[in-house]
Each structure stands twice: as structure tokens, then as C-alpha cells.
Design a protein around this ligand. Structure first.
Ligand SMILES: [Zn+2]
Length: 337
């Protein structure tokens, strides 16, 4: 009996699909969060809604073909927001203009027996980290992806916190300076995204290269003398070489993140904060600095007990996130039975 159960358990797989503006990745993931197989197909996000859908179906079919005997418990779709996870609807994402108020879950569901679920990338990644990754063992997890932009997700009592319409946890668009001269793409001044994302690090370095070219000598050298070539990655390289300007820029970034994290701790008091994304690969060397700094920005007297840890899933966060969604919706699973 036990052997039979274990055999059944072993063949169960989750299918995670990560839909971006230019590609769709799909992967089979086991119940322990290990990615067994991953495929990547091109995505035509500027064509018709049907073309967008067929790119998604093709990626799913490729992943299913890898293991035809697998019992796929669910198909979890990760797509750029805004979207409505409760209704399975893609609203109007700037990077996927092929879909406007598009019922993606319903359309994908027509082709498969396994239940289909949908959420955005940060929510999915937050759940994958909470179940299998760096937030494992904690029931309240705050997740942030620091990259070109800043996305966040919250897992509270083991579940993604969606808010009223599924639009909660847009922590990247919390302002820490309402009078800031930097206005975010969302329209608000001083969002943490416009101040401390990868793009913001590059912008501050470029500004310095204009106003203080001598101080930016190393950065300019690394950028082949062209200000436009300066990226957050180059700032990281210059910092590792001991450059004072790069150090100043990253320290300021760490301090702004600390102020923001203080707000988050006062609002939700997570047990752990998991950071992922491309800029985190650079900022992880500043985690200790941020951990010292953020308690000063929180009224919470035990803020310093909350660790900041590096996410387990890097580029696979979308596939793992999609897979994790399948576990979070037992209703969807039982509906199909
Ligand atoms: Zn914003």
C-alpha cells in the first residue's frame, strides 16, 4: 500500500509556464520543486491574441512531450500584469499587447484536462520560494525581485496575498519620497522602483558621469568612454574594483532599500524577506549593510531578527512560480476530478 502510494506520488508533476514579452518557457517540476525539464519557445506578443495563445500551447505541449507518462496535477501560468488571477484574465500588459481583457485560463483550459491557474511573476516566485526555496519553513514570506524594475509578492499563512481584486503586493510602487524629481513609469514620484532598481542605479551613475566626469573615470573607462553604455552591472564591476563613486551609488541604493524595507516590516512583519532578480546578484553583497540599516526605519522593536536571504530560483523563478501555483489551488484540482 505504502509502495503504491509512493509510486503514484513520484509520477505527479506540475507544469509551470513563464510567459514573457519575447519568449515562453515551460517546465515540468516535481512536488519537491525540482525542475525536471524546461523548454523555451519564442512569443509573438505583438501579433493576434490567437498567435499569443498558440505560443503558450506550443510550450506546454513541448513540456508534456518530455514526459508523456507524468501525471500533470496542474498547469500554472505566469504572465506579466496587470492581470486578474481570480478570473484568469489578462488585462492590458504593456509587454504583451496581443492580449487585452483576454481570458487566458479559459482559453488554455480548453486544450487540457489538468486544471489551469494564473498569476503574475512576483506572486508566483514568492510562493515557489515560500514552499521550496529560501523562504521554506516560514509561513509569512515577503519576496522582492530587484531587476530593471522592482516586483514584490507576499505569502501570508502559506497563501499568496491577493487583496480585493488580485492587485495587491505592488510594493515596487510604494513611494519613499513623494517630492522626488524622479517620476516612476506608474506616474508616482519616488517609487522605490524609480529610485533603487537596476535602471535607477545606471541612471544615477550616468548623471554623475555628466556632472563629475573625473569621479566617474573608472565607470567611463569600463563603458568604453560612452555614458550611454553605463549599466548597473558596470557599476557593480567598478565597486568590486574599489571605485569610490560606484561604492557611493550602491550604498545609497542599499540605504533607500533599507528605508523601504522598514515600511514593509512595519506593515506586514514577515518572518523572512527573500530577494531575487538580476540586481540582487549585485546587491546581495550589501545584505549585511541593509540588515543593519533597515531596523532604524521600522518601529518594530524586533525588526533586526528578520533575515534577508537570497532567492533559490534565479532565471527559473517563473517556471517554478507557475508550478507552485498548482499546489496553492486545491479547489482547482478537485474541480477537475
Ligand atoms: Zn511606481
Amino acid at each position: 500500500m505504502l509502495d503504491e502510494c509512493q509510486g503514484e506520488f513520484m509520477s505527479d508533476s506540475l507544469l509551470g509556464v513563464d510567459i514573457g514579452g519575447t519568449k515562453v518557457a515551460a517546465g515540468l517540476v516535481d512536488l519537491q520543486g525540482e525542475i525536471l525539464f524546461k523548454t523555451r519557445n519564442p512569443m509573438n506578443s505583438r501579433g493576434s491574441a490567437e498567435e499569443g495563445l498558440s505560443a503558450v500551447l506550443m510550450a506546454i505541449n513541448d513540456a508534456l512531450a518530455f514526459s508523456p507518462d507524468a501525471n500533470v496535477v496542474g498547469i500554472g501560468l505566469i504572465a506579466p500584469g496587470p492581470l486578474d488571477p481570480k478570473r484568469g484574465l489578462i488585462i492590458n500588459p504593456p509587454n504583451n499587447p496581443c492580449w487585452r481583457n483576454y481570458p487566458l485560463v479559459q482559453e488554455v483550459q480548453k486544450h487540457y484536462d489538468s486544471p489551469v491557474v494564473l498569476d503574475n511573476d512576483a506572486n508566483g516566485a514568492a510562493l515557489a520560494e515560500a514552499i521550496w526555496g529560501a523562504g521554506r519553513g516560514y509561513s509569512n514570506v515577503f519576496y522582492a525581485t530587484l531587476g530593471t524594475g522592482i516586483g514584490t509578492g507576499m505569502v501570508l499563512d502559506g497563501k499568496i496575498f491577493h487583496g480585493r481584486t488580485g492587485a495587491a503586493a505592488e510594493g515596487g510602487h510604494m513611494t519613499i519620497d513623494y517630492r522626488s524629481r524622479y517620476v516612476c513609469g506608474c506616474g508616482k514620484p519616488g517609487c522605490i522602483e524609480v529610485l533603487a532598481s537596476g535602471r535607477a542605479v545606471a541612471r544615477r551613475a550616468k548623471e554623475k558621469a555628466v556632472t563629475a566626469p573625473q569621479a566617474a573615470a573608472l565607470l567611463l573607462e569600463l563603458a568604453d568612454g560612452k555614458i550611454d553604455n553605463i549599466t548597473a552591472e558596470l557599476v557593480g564591476k567598478a565597486w568590486k574594483a574599489g571605485d569610490p563613486l560606484a561604492t557611493e551609488i550602491l550604498e545609497e541604493t542599499a540605504d533607500m532599500l533599507a528605508a523601504w524595507i522598514g515600511n514593509i516590516v512595519d506593515m506586514i512583519e514577515p518572518e523572512v524577506m527573500v530577494f531575487g532578480g538580476g540586481l540582487t546578484d549585485l546587491m546581495k553583497d550589501w545584505f549585511a549593510h541593509i540588515e543593519r540599516a533597515f531596523p532604524k526605519w521600522a518601529i518594530n522593536q524586533r525588526a533586526s531578527e528578520i533575515p534577508i536571504v537570497h532567492a533559490k530560483y534565479g532565471h527559473d523563478a517563473g517556471v517554478a512560480g507557475g508550478a507552485a501555483l498548482c499546489l496553492s489551488l486545491p479547489k482547482a484540482v478537485s474541480m477537475s476530478m
